[in-house]
Design a protein. Structure first.
Length: 85
């Protein structure tokens, strides 16, 4: 089931998303199994998305910042209705 979510994430690359509380806009590219927010020196592995997806609920950024790289991006993407649908 996660592969369906990842396929949506890949298909939505270049589309504008917004971070949680601060609502900062961002876009991203996907290269292989790595998501790269545009204009940021950050590589977020697919496994980070899968780890959060497997949780019983989507947590807040403060709950996972220590364990998931790029938590605000991961959460914003996974919580977006275009990905969840």
């Amino acid at each position: 089931m996660f592969e369906t979510v990842w396929s949506k994430i890949v298909a939505l690359r270049g589309t504008e998303f917004h971070t949680g509380t601060r609502r900062l806009p961002f876009t991203y590219d996907v290269v292989g199994d790595v998501l790269r927010p545009t204009g940021k020196n950050r590589n977020i592995p697919k496994s980070n998305f899968e780890s959060v997806y497997q949780m019983p609920r989507i947590p807040r950024a403060g709950e996972i910042n220590q364990t998931i790289q790029g938590a605000s991006y991961v959460l914003a993407i996974l919580a977006d209705p275009r990905v969840r649908a």
